[in-house]
Write a protein that binds this ligand. Structure first.
Ligand code: ATP
Ligand code: MG
Length: 416
């Protein structure tokens, strides 16, 4: 993509009402547009990052035989009433509306109930099980506070998955597969080292639910972490009995600010019982399905990566989720020889399948470099008159600041 064609502009200042570093940087760099508090539009660069994260999650979900679908944002009151979760007292974050034709609808803050209900049409017998489904969808939540940028949106993108099983064994297997898929996802997006599977409350069937918490100053949660043992515990379950069971003592745990990047729940059979999702087991008995539910905050993950990796100059993307791999910056473009050379390099890198943002604009070097730093693309390749004379390109690694001077041949070999 040519930067001269990109419709977004970078900004010197973030909106004065934006407090969160992640949103400030993403807005300044032209990745996001702030529509209102907690509501952000994804611009081309931002969308590319989100699509990269989605693709990683999609690959991990497909690898454990989860099937992608897309549910609606509009939801039925009756379906949520059945499990007693329509009431605003029970669920604080509901957005609801009234139909002109009469009756109320809800906007999806979660999809456990609607999808359990939907599966009644597809699960009749034990032969239809086990099954897993997932989707990427904008969730709508009437969050009281929305001061953490895209880490807490009122509209945000979530991957949610649901497992349906006949036996406890099938159920446990899918739960374990999801746990492993989550670990793979956080590794691949570049936050694996700082992300802990955390014991939390809220297990309806089991004693614990599992949150995935990433060490992050801007996070809204507190997690107690023993790095050596790799054990992390949520504040709500920090009791002597639980610590004993997990094999850790209070003194080994360090109170740490974290962000919840995912959450998985083991419902046992009670959710299906409440929702009315029954099937005939191998003995011919009418039985509620074993269910699990698995969420990843896609846009929250993006925000956490920004918070953790950015430096004083701007964004710093891990290669796996960067909008482009290479930022090709052409200087001295008023010299035809240089601009032709830059065009040639752009074409060759693209031919090699490298994702390139080509800064083909006529602007001052200082301005171009500052903007390039702000955008955070992993490798900057500079085409200049000076380089042309030496027959080399300056290649700067954004994350480390390492500078290399490569010949054209070396450049293509490096990015092949
Ligand atoms: P939190 O405690 O942060 O409000 P939650 O317990 O409500 O999270 P879930 O309902 O389990 O979260 O949602 C699954 C995942 O979606 C969370 O682990 C988180 O990563 C993400 N998430 C939840 N709420 C938001 C939000 N308002 N904005 C962005 N991501 C969110
Ligand atoms: Mg919440």
């Amino acid at each position: 993509m040519r930067q001269s064609q990109l419709f977004t502009k970078t900004q010197k200042e973030a909106p004065s009402d934006e407090e969160a570093k992640n949103a400030q940087l993403l807005i300044r760099a032209g990745y996001l547009h702030k529509e209102m508090a907690g509501v952000y539009q994804l611009l081309p660069l931002g969308l590319r990052v989100v699509e990269k994260i989605k693709q990683i999650v999609r690959e991990e979900m497909n690898a454990i035989d989860s099937q992608e679908m897309l549910a609606t944002a509009m939801q039925s009151k009756e379906v949520w009433e059945r499990t007693d979760r329509w009431d605003d007292e029970k669920v604080e974050v509901w957005f609801k509306s009234e139909l002109k034709a009469g009756g109320e609808i809800g906007f999806g803050w979660s999809h456990e109930e609607p999808l359990a209900n939907m599966m009644k049409n597809h699960i009749a017998s034990y032969k239809d099980l086990p099954k897993m489904i997932y989707q990427f969808q904008n969730k709508l939540r009437n969050e009281l506070r929305a001061k953490s940028g895209i880490m807490r949106g009122r509209e945000f993108l979530m991957k949610d998955a649901y497992s349906f099983a006949d036996t406890e064994e099938q159920h446990e297997k899918m739960y374990a597969d999801q746990q492993q898929a989550y670990k793979n996802v956080y590794d691949r997006v570049g936050i694996g080292e700082d992300t802990y599977m955390t014991f939390a409350a809220g297990g309806a069937f089991t004693q614990f639910s599992h949150e995935f918490q990433t060490v992050c100053e801007a996070g809204e949660d507190i997690t107690y972490i023993c790095k050596e043992k790799g054990i992390a515990i949520n504040e709500e379950v920090l009791e002597e009995a639980n610590l004993e069971e997990l094999g850790v003592v209070r003194d080994e745990l360090v109170e740490t600010k974290t962000a919840e990047v995912g959450n998985i729940f083991n419902f046992g059979r009670h959710k299906a019982e409440d929702a009315g999702l029954f099937y005939k087991n191998s003995e011919g008995e009418r039985t509620p399905v074993w269910m699990g539910s698995y969420g990843i905050g896609i846009t929250r993950v993006m925000g956490v990566v920004v918070e953790k990796k950015a430096d004083e100059k701007g964004l710093v993307w891990p290669e796996s989720i960067a909008p482009f791999k290479v930022h090709l910056v052409a200087l001295n473009t008023d010299d035809e020889e240089i601009s032709d050379w830059a065009e040639g390099v752009y074409a060759s890198l693209q031919k090699q399948g490298v994702e390139v943002l080509f800064d083909d604009r006529n602007a001052r070097p200082g301005e171009k470099f500052a903007e390039s730093d702000l955008l955070g693309i992993p490798y900057r390749v500079v085409v200049s008159k000076k380089g042309k004379e030496a027959g080399t390109f300056e290649v700067v690694t954004r994350a480390t600041g390492e500078v290399r001077n490569l010949t054209e041949e070396e450049l293509y070999a490096d990015f092949s």
